[in-house]
Ligand binder design. Structure first.
Ligand SMILES: [Zn+2]
Length: 77
């Protein structure tokens, strides 16, 4: 009776290991996840020089060489 219990346990372990090997951890992530600078729409993200918040490049306010998230931050010195 004891032997049968161990046998059942061994079968369970083998099945569990097989299930794990069938699903590699690298899959399941889309290729776009490797590009942290882009958001879902694929737009380039910029970092505000004042508050360090990331925002879409289309909303950027330029002051010389620096970019800001809003006019209030761009005009603050
Ligand atoms: Zn800002």
């Amino acid at each position: 009776m004891r032997l049968l219990m161990w046998l059942a346990l061994a079968v369970l372990v083998i099945f569990a290991l097989r299930k794990k090997s069938l699903t590699p951890p690298s899959s399941g992530y889309p290729s776009s996840a490797r590009q942290p600078e882009n958001n879902d729409t694929g737009e380039t993200m910029l970092c505000c020089d004042r508050c360090q918040v990331y925002f879409p490049a289309s909303e950027a306010i330029l002051r010389g060489e620096k970019v800001y998230c809003c006019a209030a931050h761009a005009d603050q010195i």
